[in-house]
Write a protein that binds this ligand. Structure first.
Ligand code: HEC
Length: 189
């Protein structure tokens, strides 16, 4: 459902004689105040986003980029291990903390890379990104760490495994509130 639809639904519900606890409804949805104008109704209240101005240079493929090349199966299994390794972050989180069972991903994750990702747009002003760049963005922002070396086995492994995860991802069809349920950061609000 698009964010504009909710107020309309409320109005219709009220017109239909239903009494709704308006104040409670507002308080429950942290995204509501921004919904009318912002493209991303969550961005303003999303602690993953808010304080994280990301230097795009940190997370953009360098010139003459040479990725680590290795055995695909080995990279993927190494990436699977790293996916749950909280030592990659400085805040005790691992990729799995937020992305277990495909949590926190928005529908953009279903598209082939490169594509537009809201967090990359909002925090790093990057219009489209590659998958390895997205791994770096999550390293720098939610994981509060340094980006991995561009030619590292770790980055190649995490990217390979994340590509496997992507194959299992099903977009929600836009029906759900994109802010609340799937955003692990919202829980802390
Ligand atoms: C604190 C929570 C958190 C952690 C930890 C985290 N991420 Fe994310 N990640 C997010 C959120 C929130 C989004 C959704 C951003 C958006 O769509 O705007 C996301 C999106 C992504 C995407 C999908 C972008 C797209 O194409 O739509 C990838 C890939 C990703 N993360 C990889 C990782 C990897 C790899 C790690 C570990 C190195 C990681 N994330 C750690 C919160 C987190």
């Amino acid at each position: 459902m698009n964010p504009h639809a909710k107020p309309l639904a409320l109005v219709l519900a009220l017109a239909g004689g239903l009494t709704l606890p308006m104040a409670a409804t507002h308080a429950a949805n942290p995204c509501k105040p921004a919904a009318a104008k912002a493209a991303n109704p969550c961005a303003a209240k999303n602690p993953c986003a808010a304080s994280n101005g990301i230097d795009p240079q940190l997370v953009t493929r360098p010139k003459n980029y040479r990725r680590y090349v290795g055995d695909a199966a080995e990279l993927s299994s190494e990436g699977k291990r790293l996916w749950s390794d909280s030592r990659l972050s400085t805040n005790g989180m691992s990729c799995n903390t937020c992305h277990q069972a495909n949590s926190a991903f928005q529908n953009s994750f279903a598209q082939p890379y490169p594509h537009r990702v809201q967090m990359a747009q909002d925090n790093a002003n990057m219009k489209t990104i590659h998958l390895d760049e997205m791994v770096q963005i999550c390293m720098v922002a939610p994981m509060a760490a340094k980006p991995l070396a561009w030619n590292s086995k770790q980055l190649a492994a995490l990217t390979a495994y994340t590509a496997e995860v992507q194959k299992t991802f099903k977009p929600t069809g836009g029906g759900a509130n994109p802010c609340a349920a799937k955003n692990p950061c919202a829980v802390k609000n």
